[in-house]
Ligand binder design. Structure first.
Ligand code: SF4
Length: 243
């Protein structure tokens, strides 16, 4: 699915770097709390951005950005995405990929070809509960394969969980934590209802600070390097791009 969005500069999306953002459309999940509903549900309402245009926009900023975040939607669904990254690399850009991890072979190929510097992998809920978020039935296996791919890789990795009440409770953190390793790096984000895809999700109250601290405490039993991240990182796609 093609690129539909571009943001020239972000200080929030690539840790410790200034980066441009590229948004792919389409997704192989339907998370009720998704902040990028336009990209996932109605991508045809937005014009495609040709690869050459992305290259030109990044080249125009190359003196003041360090890299490009490849996000979405789910970017690994676009077979042309590796070619775009290859071209961005010729501009000297660091590349961060945001992915749900359900296409481990694409991830492995990108890493093998030296195209990634940083991967942010979403952990949505307990692996066996992924189908409830619209994922294929084999999602748990795919996710675990992606985790294994990342463990073998020499790239920076951040595991990221948006703590949607009902999907991310203490037992889900235990289920995820049991698949992780003590040397991993995990970030828990508080759910923000404002940009959620589903009306029902927009009515859900976020976990309280005390509940988030309890999730953090449980997560740190498995992954000591687990931290909490605030809502400012979770701006919706339309607000980010001005669409
Ligand atoms: S949150 Fe991510 S994985 Fe879920 S539907 Fe949205 S883009 Fe897809």
């Amino acid at each position: 699915m093609p690129v539909k969005g571009f943001q020239g500069t972000s200080l929030l999306d690539y840790p410790a770097r200034i980066a441009a953002l590229v948004f792919y459309s389409g997704c192989n999940m339907r998370c009720t709390y998704c902040h990028n509903a336009a990209l996932v549900n109605t991508p045809d309402e937005y014009p495609d951005i040709p690869e050459d245009d992305v290259l030109d926009m990044v080249a125009a900023r190359r003196n003041f950005i360090d890299g490009v975040v490849i996000s979405g939607g789910e970017p690994t669904l676009d077979p042309a995405m590796p070619h775009l990254i290859e071209r961005l690399k010729t501009l000297g850009m660091l590349i961060k990929l945001d992915t749900n991890g359900l296409r481990p072979q694409v991830l492995a190929d990108l890493i093998q070809d030296g195209l990634l510097d940083f991967v942010s992998l979403d952990l949505k809920t307990a692996p066996q509960r992924y189908p409830a978020l619209g994922a294929p039935t084999a999602a748990a296996e795919s996710l675990c394969e992606s985790l294994e791919v990342l463990r073998q890789a020499e790239v920076e990795v951040e595991l990221r969980t948006t703590c949607m009440p009902g999907y991310v409770e203490v037992e889900d953190i235990h289920a995820l934590g049991g698949r992780l390793q003590s040397g991993d790096s995990w970030v828990l984000q508080q759910f923000v209802s404002e940009y959620a895809m589903d009306e029902t999700a927009r009515q859900v109250q976020s976990h309280t600070e005390a509940q988030m601290k309890e999730l953090l405490r449980v997560a740190q039993q498995y992954v000591p390097n687990t931290s909490m991240r605030g809502a400012r990182y979770q701006q919706g796609y339309e607000e980010k791009t001005g669409l």
